[in-house]
Design a protein around this ligand. Structure first.
Ligand code: MN
Length: 209
């Protein structure tokens, strides 16, 4: 995760072709190099005139938004959220044939809180497909390790004081339009084959608040 201002665009942890054919390299170039990059640039622009907050991590900015000058709050919420969400999204993907699995601890929690992995993904799909307009759907954990599903509009993030997002699916059209046009449910189904369960499991084990 980014340390503080000025924020930098995190490189993808794989090549632009790595997610093919689920998500093509054109999608990754536009999504990462253009869309995500714009959130980074606009976050820095919003913080330029707030030197008191240059030491704040992204997590601090998003959990202490109301401490910022009012004139900067909306831009930091939208663009800081955009950076946070995209870092999580891209970091939890891997090649379609990587064959990763949830760790034993995570698998136990999934079965306890949802019944099965398929049921968890079915509930995540409902949140993702049901999100009107642009936004995100997440699997989150609380401090005790209890899992739940949530969704946010625009570039909002879940309440990071109460939850650690383990994984997220971007349901902005820019995430899937080149590959799936308007078919968000098809994008979701294909996206489940890209989940890097090694990273998601580590996010669960660490669950840093
Ligand atoms: Mn996006």
């Amino acid at each position: 995760m980014n340390k503080g201002y000025p924020f930098v665009l995190k490189e993808l942890p794989y090549s632009y072709e790595a997610l093919d054919p689920v998500l093509g390299s054109d999608t990754l170039h536009f999504h990462h190099d253009k869309h995500m990059n714009a959130y980074v640039g606009n976050l820095n622009k919003a913080l330029e005139s707030c030197p008191d907050f240059h030491k704040f991590s992204l997590h601090e900015l998003l959990t202490k938004l109301n401490e910022l000058p009012q004139s900067a709050q909306t831009a930091v919420r939208n663009n800081g959220g955009g950076v946070y969400n995209h870092e999580l999204y891209f970091s939890t993907l891997t090649s379609p044939n990587a064959g990763t699995k949830p760790s034993a601890n995570l698998q136990t929690a999934i079965e306890r809180d949802f019944g099965s992995l398929d049921e968890m993904l079915a509930q995540l799909k409902q949140a993702a497909v049901g999100r009107f307009g642009s936004g995100w759907a997440y699997v989150v954990t609380d401090a005790k390790g209890v899992l739940s599903i949530c969704s946010t509009p625009n570039q909002d993030v879940p309440d990071l004081c109460k939850f650690v997002p383990l994984m997220t699916v971007d349901v902005w059209e820019h995430a899937y339009y080149l590959d799936y046009q308007n078919r968000r449910p098809d994008y979701f189904d294909a996206w489940t084959g890209l989940i890097n369960w090694d990273v998601v499991s580590k996010n669960y084990e660490d669950r840093n608040f």
